[in-house]
Design a protein around this ligand. Structure first.
Ligand SMILES: Cc1cc2nc3c(=O)[nH]c(=O)nc-3n(C[C@H](O)[C@H](O)[C@H](O)COP(=O)(O)OP(=O)(O)OC[C@H]3O[C@@H](n4cnc5c(N)ncnc54)[C@H](O)[C@@H]3O)c2cc1C
Length: 390
C-alpha cells in the first residue's frame, strides 16, 4: 500500500488561498445554507462561476476545455468547496469521474462533444450503475443492449440514480453480450452515454428520500436506441472502464468531509457566546481537538491518493480504504455530535447547526453505501493486497 506523506507546494498553497478568497467573496458565512459535502445543492450559475476560474474539469487537457492541472490541484479546490458547503452539486459527477472516463476511453469526437461543456459547467452527469437486482455485485447488471443498425436497442431498469432529474446525461453500464451459463459476468459489459431528457423510451420515476426529498430516481428503458457514437471505449470492455471510474469516485475528500460544515457551524454558534462558560463548551473543545486530529490524518491519506494519480498510478486499493475509513469516520462524527447535543433534532430548528445535524443523521448512513458499501470496499482492498482481480 502506498500512502506516502506529502505536503502542498508553494504554488498549491497559492491555489488554496485563491479558492478561499473566492469563497469568502461569493459565499460569506451567513449568506447561504451550507450543504453537506458532495450532497450539495445544484446551482448552475455557481458551477459556471467556478468553471470561469478553470476549476471544473481542471485536470482535463486544455485542448478539450480543461486546464491541464493535476489531481492534487483538483483536490485542493474540492476540499475548500466541500469544507465550505458550497453548492457544487450540478457539476459534481461530471467533474469527479465522467469527464475523466470520456477523456481516457472515449473517441476524439466524444471528447470534443462532451468535455468543453463539462469544463464550462454546463453539462451535469449522473451515474447509471445500480439496478434493482445489482448493487454490490455490479458485474451482474442485466439491463441489456442488443445490436441494431448503427447502434444498440436497450431494455431494462437502473435504480438509485442520484439527481437524474436535474442532470443532463448519464453514463450507463449495460450488458452488450448476453450472459450464458459458465460465462464470465465481467465480460460483455459496455459503458454508454445517454441523454436523460431527450431520449424516446426512457422514463424517469422519482424515489422519495426518507425526508420526502427528490434525490433518487428509477430510470427505465423500453426499446431505447443508443447510437454507436455514444458507446465509450470498446464494446465489451465496460467492466475495466467501470473499475477505473470507481477509483476516481472513491478516493477524494468527498468521502470524509460531509459533516465538516456542521462542526464548523457548531463552533460559530459557540463563538457567538451561546454556550460560553457551560459544561457543553468544554466538551465541544475536547471533541473538536479529537476530530481535527483525525480529520488531518484522513486528509493526508486522501491527498496522497491524488499524488499517486498524478504519478500515473491507479490507486484503487488506497482509494477504497480512504472511502471505507472516511465514511466510518463521518458516522462517528455524527454520533458524537448527536450525543453532545442530546435533544430532539429537527430540520426546522432556528439553529443552523441543529438543522445541519438533523440532515447529517438522515443522510450519513447513505454515504457508507453509495460508491460501494463498507463490506465491498474491504473486499476490494483485501483482494487487491493479495493480487487478486477486483
Ligand atoms: C445516497 C446514495 C446515492 C446513490 N447514488 C447512486 C447513483 O447515482 N447511481 C447508481 O448507480 N447507484 C447509486 N446508489 C446505489 C449504491 O451504489 C448501491 O446501493 C450500493 O452499491 C449497494 O447496492 P444494493 O443497494 O443493491 O445493496 P446490496 O448489494 O443488496 O447489499 C446489501 C448489504 O449486503 C452487503 N453485501 C453485499 N454483497 C456482499 C459481499 N459480497 N460481501 C459482503 N457483504 C456484502 C452489503 O455491504 C450491504 O450491507 C446510491 C446509493 C445511495 C445510498
Amino acid at each position: 500500500m502506498r500512502f506516502t506523506p506529502t505536503e502542498l507546494t508553494t504554488d498549491e498553497l497559492a491555489l488554496q488561498t485563491e479558492v478561499r478568497a473566492f469563497l469568502a467573496d461569493e459565499l460569506p458565512p451567513g449568506s447561504h445554507e451550507p450543504g453537506l459535502g458532495m450532497s450539495a445543492r445544484h446551482d448552475k450559475p455557481f458551477s459556471k462561476k467556478m468553471a470561469e476560474r478553470g476549476w471544473v474539469g481542471m485536470a482535463l487537457p486544455k485542448e478539450w476545455g480543461g486546464s491541464d492541472k493535476k489531481a492534487v490541484d483538483r483536490f485542493i479546490v474540492v476540499e475548500e468547496m466541500l469544507r465550505w458547503g458550497a453548492p457544487v452539486g450540478y457539476h459534481w459527477v461530471a467533474d469527479r469521474q465522467t469527464g475523466n472516463i470520456i477523456n481516457k476511453f472515449g473517441t476524439d469526437e466524444q471528447r470534443e462533444r462532451f468535455l468543453p461543456p463539462i469544463c464550462r459547467g454546463e453539462l451535469g452527469f449522473s451515474i447509471g450503475m445500480s439496478e434493482p437486482d445489482s448493487g454490490s455485485d455490479l458485474a451482474s447488471v442485466s439491463t441489456r443492449a442488443e445490436r441494431d443498425d448503427g447502434g444498440w436497442i436497450v431494455n431494462g431498469t437502473k435504480i438509485w440514480t442520484s439527481n437524474a432529474h436535474t442532470n443532463d446525461w448519464f453514463i450507463c453500464l449495460l450488458r452488450t453480450t448476453p450472459l450464458e451459463d459458465g460465462s464470465n459476468k465481467r465480460e460483455g459489459l459496455s459503458q454508454v452515454l445517454i441523454d436523460l431528457h431527450n431520449t424516446d423510451g426512457l422514463e424517469l420515476s422519482p424515489i422519495p428520500f426518507l425526508n420526502g426529498e427528490h434525490h433518487f430516481n428509477e430510470v427505465s428503458f423500453t426499446d431505447v436506441f443508443v447510437p454507436d457514437e455514444n458507446v465509450v471505449g470498446q464494446a465489451g470492455m465496460g467492466w475495466n472502464q467501470n473499475t477505473t471510474e470507481m477509483a476516481y469516485e472513491r478516493g477524494g475528500p468527498d468521502r470524509w468531509l460531509s459533516p465538516f460544515s456542521t462542526v464548523e457551524q457548531l463552533l460559530r454558534e459557540i463563538q457567538r457566546g451561546e454556550m460560553a462558560g457551560t459544561a457543553l463548551h468544554d466538551r465541544v473543545t475536547e471533541l473538536f481537538g479529537e476530530l481535527t486530529a483525525r480529520w488531518w490524518a484522513m486528509r493526508n491519506l486522501s491527498l496522497s491518493v491524488s499524488r499517486l494519480i498524478d504519478a500515473g498510478e491507479a490507486p484503487s486499493i488506497e482509494s477504497s480504504l480512504v472511502k471505507e475509513m472516511g465514511t466510518r469516520f463521518e458516522i462517528e462524527v455524527i454520533e458524537k455530535l448527536v450525543e453532545l447535543v442530546d435533544q430532539e433534532l429537527t430540520l426546522e430548528s432556528e439553529s443552523l447547526f441543529q438543522r445541519l445535524l438533523a440532515q447529517c443523521v438522515l443522510t450519513g448512513p447513505g454515504n457508507t453505501i453509495r460508491g460501494g458499501t463498507i463490506e465491498i470496499l474491504r473486499s476490494v482492498a483485501a483482494k487487491g493486497l493479495q493480487g487478486l482481480p477486483a
